[in-house]
Write a protein that binds this ligand. Sequence first.
Ligand code: G6P
Length: 471
Amino acid sequence: MSGDNDFVVVANRLPVDLTRNADGSESWTPSPGGLVAALTPVLSANEGCWVGWPGTPDASPEPFHTEDGVLLHPVSLTEADYRDFYEGFSNATLWPLYHDLIVSPVYDRSWWESYRDVNHRFALEVDKVAAEGATVWVQDYQLQLVPGILRQIRPDLTIGFFLHIPFPGPDLFRQLPWREEIVRGLLGADLLGFHLESNAANFLDLLRHVSIPVEGTARTREVQAFATGGDGRRVGVAAYPISIDPSSLGHSDEAAVAQRRGELGDPATVLLGVDRLDYTKGILQRLTAFEELLESGALDAQDVAFVQVATPSRERLEEYRRARSEVEEAVGRINGRFGAIGRPVVHYLHQALPKRELRHYYSAADVMVVTPFKDGMNLVAKEYVACHPDGSGSLVLSEFAGAAQELTQANLCNPFDSESVKAAILQAIQGLAAHPDVMAQRMSVMYEQVTTHDVDAWANAFLSSLRDARR
Ligand code: G6P
């Protein structure tokens, strides 16, 4: 079967989530996560089709066009799929395994069977919408079997795959009981993209381990490495560091910034964290580092406010519940110790803030604190930088975020070492006071990097390699 669309993106989520309201009505809201932010502009420019889950179990809305002319083609997931494929195999097996075991992955055969089944259904939906000879771009760890299934049922397609999270070293990946099937699934693609050369190198090392022929070395935006697919086809492997769409951030102005800072009690320094509430993000550790700085007197609670926006995520999973309760306990403790009536020192929101509101906080913050233990890229760090064209502000960034490879002028830190996080926060605050010109120069270098390597550049680089791969 084939459809009408020459360009199809397939991702676990559609760019919008169907939300059931208390009064029984339904509405669409933007989906969480960096992937959606990254792909929406690319698809609207190509009048493409997006195949994905509408974000609510058991919902099966009809396909429809967005205002940007993108056809959204929903794939329905049952409550059991949600539990076994999404919460189970995707987020309690693959997510912790690919993030270097920050928590222990759970290996469960029934989750794996659900993963295989759901990947199959996604591939069949792509088959319905993709025109003869279409280009299909498969996204992320939830759908690693889709390239292999499509290769079998639709050899006419050009298939790209991009992994939005890290790819672990071979010794970790080899724990996975279904490792061969995953590798075979990925090798169904014509081109495999990773964020970093090191992620791509991990994948190539893994192939060498299992005696799959590999040529060349992984490079950034250049296909210089090839793996061999099951049918002897060459599969390109390269790194394409993802980025943001600076224009999607809207605008802020002095009045909006002054209002936000006023609401925080006009402190001398505003620190900001913005993350999905995920144990990989190091939210607790950054709050604890902040607490220790208050405790030691290195920071004075009268002078600082820490705004932490934590977007709700994967809330039924035990590890996420634990991460949330630890963060919320820390917020309560820090405010209990160092706040005053009407004047908390940590301002915590467990909500998804609209981009236009986040923008004001990005602009208002003197120091953005991004401290993941492991992160594929981290688009929040890039968004913050893009909101400081005048060189104001300062970024504290974990060495273990993919973004640290590009944002080398940040105050880099090791989130496993609280002394390192504390030192980076202090360097940022003191640097702004003592050497504003140097700090502005550093921020400007990062601004240049982010705005000249935006999401369009990312997508164009990947899609141009994909076109070459099939020639
Ligand atoms: C990360 C993943 C995305 C995912 C997003 C939100 O950015 O790479 O694939 O969509 O997190 O997570 P969720 O589980 O809510 O889809």
